[in-house]
Design a protein around this ligand. Structure first.
Ligand code: ADP
Ligand code: MG
Length: 582
């Protein structure tokens, strides 16, 4: 990473940590400073105890010094508890803030992003990376400042105490710092590799767990485990390798630290023998060296932790910086309560990828009080039209109007609030049947709900269940049949007050008789709405006011059922084919 980019990343990271936590940080800083100050007093007391109290056999001074020492230790301990408590509050706050922000941003991205999304990676960012940041905590940055202050203060004291002994110690310490700096770079690279691999494995597991039923049925377990084992082995090796490197580094540092102790007692001891130094001075020198080394190692170590946190921060920023391609247009026009919606496609062209036009010069009108149907073979672009109305993507060419205003001029939230889409496999929650239909909407009358469920014949199968409408249907409704799930989704949509209601192959799992009943109910409940009906079975849409036939992203025929049959082209062929298959 370039230096400049890294500083930018770092300063942004710090700003996120600091925002909203200023007072807390100020308090933390004061407490840390006090603890550091108390640390600096301790060796002075030691020296007094050894040289003045013990050396001069002064019991009175000994008692006083010991009481003072005890007081310092107790205050330090209490302050440490307060410190940890405040840090913990702040860490949680930051983690929750980042998580919320990422989750909200995710919902604002385009269909394009969702089509290429790797769920496991996102989950790994939301869990592991945010956890890393949480674990990191701003206190490391604060303690660096404190450590620098402590180190400088200690250094001044040490220079006054024993300059020549200090030089020996500093040389060894310098070597330690060089080793650590080199190591921290290596650590940062290795950590990044491991996080990436971890994301890949999460993806695999996610795919496996969320499709477990299909995987068992299609007997593709072997395939999963082959890939999984391979990836897991690579990850394991990387982790072991890293642990080994960390252990090696720790040992190196331990040896060097040992050398420091040896030189203090060797050289210092010699000086005491020659009467150039008192025992108290040597002991306090050793304590001060500890106070110098500890902050220095902490500073170097925090560098590695900062590197690790920055790797995570970068991944989180990548997610929250993902550009919002579909403009929200918060000040845009709104669809009012009494509006009916006429949707008009004018020369709309669109492609998901640049190579192929998925929609090519489409002209279509969807009117209120009418049902407009789209038919055509699979892949002809029917669902794509719906994606454009809902603005999961925006058109490449041409315009889509609602009541003669370009849909891009509408407030996106308001636009989507007015559109209800029922797809072949609508989202069902692991909740009761009733909650799945009502979806927390409090304003739906009980009478209307019961009437609708009766008409859609939802009651027929609900009455057979022990808990009736309070039966929990399992994740994505696994405990229901395809047709039952579709009835719930349709009921959910029909109870809403969206102006535009779209059924995309929403009755595909129903048998012919059930379908007729459901269609009749849909008609009854959507009178003043703009209804769009997509089906591959023509029998489903014969009653539509207007039918568009699509092929390869183009409208090739339009009219009502009778007109299209007279036309004697593709539609008629499709209709006849369907009839003979039946
Ligand atoms: P259908 O008429 O069956 O509803 P679609 O509108 O879903 O057809 O798809 C039209 C074409 O666009 C198909 O060729 C399909 O492969 C392609 N397509 C659909 N969704 C995407 C996507 N998210 N990314 C890329 N291509 C897509
Ligand atoms: Mg489709």
């Amino acid at each position: 990473m370039k230096y400049n980019k890294k500083t930018k990343l770092f300063s942004r990271f710090v700003r996120i940590l600091v925002k909203g936590n200023k007072y807390l940080i100020a308090i933390l800083f004061c407490i840390m400073l006090t603890i550091a100050g108390l640390d600096l007093i301790e060796p002075q007391i030691t020296r007094t105890i050894i040289d003045n109290a013990i050396g001069l056999k002064n019991t009175n001074l000994l008692i006083k010094s010991i009481l003072l020492y005890t007081l310092v230790i107790i205050i330090s301990a209490i302050l440490n508890i307060v410190l940890t408590y405040l840090e913990s509050i702040m860490k949680k706050r930051i983690a929750i803030k980042l998580k919320n922000r990422s989750l909200k941003h995710l919902s604002k991205l385009s269909g394009n992003y969702y089509s290429n999304i790797k769920t496991g990676n996102i989950i790994s960012i939301l869990n592991s990376d945010i956890f890393n940041i949480e674990n990191f905590g701003i206190e490391i940055l604060l303690s660096i400042v404190i450590d620098i202050i402590t180190a400088v203060a200690t250094l001044i004291i040490l220079i006054n105490l024993q300059p020549d002994l200090l030089i020996i110690v500093l040389v060894i310490q310098l070597i330690i710092i060089v080793i650590q700096t080199k190591f921290s770079k290596e650590l940062s690279n290795k950590t990044k590799e491991i996080r990436q691999k971890d994301g890949d494995i999460s993806n695999l597991i996610q795919e496996y767990v969320s499709n477990i039923m299909n995987i068992v049925i299609s007997k593709s377990k072997q395939n999963f485990f082959k890939r999984y084992t391979k990836e897991q082995r690579i990850l394991t090796n990387k982790c072991i390798n890293l642990d080994l490197k960390i252990a090696k580094n720790t040992s190196e540092i331990n040896v060097m630290s040992g050398l420091i102790i040896i030189s203090i007692f060797g050289y210092g001891g010699l000086k005491i023998i020659n009467n150039e130094l008192s025992l108290g001075e040597l002991i306090s020198f050793q304590q001060y060296i500890g106070l110098l080394i500890m902050p220095c190692t902490r500073i170097v170590n925090s560098n590695t932790r900062i590197q690790q946190a920055l790797v995570s921060a970068e991944r989180i920023f990548e997610l929250i910086d993902e550009p919002i391609e579909i403009q929200q247009n918060n000040v845009g026009k709104k669809i009012e309560k009494d509006d009916n919606c006429t949707i008009k496609f004018e020369n709309v062209s669109f492609s998901y990828t640049k190579e192929y036009k998925n929609l090519d010069g489409i002209n279509i009108v969807f009117k209120p009080y009418e049902t407009t149907a789209l038919v055509g073979s699979s892949g002809s672009g029917k669902s794509t039209i719906i994606n454009l109305i809902f603005r999961m993507w925006d058109v490449d060419d041409g315009e889509i109007y609602i009541n003669n205003v370009d849909i891009r001029e509408y407030n996106l939230k308001n636009l989507r609030k007015n559109i209800s889409i029922v797809t072949q496999d609508s989202l069902l929650f692991d909740d009761t049947i009733k909650n799945n239909i009502l979806l927390n909407r409090k304003n739906i009358e009980e009478g209307k709900f019961i009437n609708l469920c009766n008409k859609l014949r939802i009651n027929e199968f609900v009455d057979d269940l022990e808990d009736g409408f309070d039966t929990i249907i399992g994740e994505n409704g696994v405990k229901l049949s395809g047709g039952q799930k579709q009835r719930l989704s349709i009921a959910r949509a029909l109870l809403g007050n969206e102006k535009i209601i779209i059924f995309d192959e929403a009755t595909s799992a129903l048998d012919n008789i059930s379908q007729k009943i459901v269609l009749k109910t849909i008609k009854e409940f959507t009178k003043e709405k703009t209804v769009i009906f997509i089906a591959h079975r023509i029998s489903t849409i014969v009653d539509a006011d207007k039918i568009y036939v699509l092929e390869n992203g183009k409208v090739i025929e339009e009219g009502n059922h009778i007109e299209l049959l007279k036309n004697n082209k593709v539609y008629r062929k499709m209709f006849v084919q369907e009839d003979t298959i039946k």
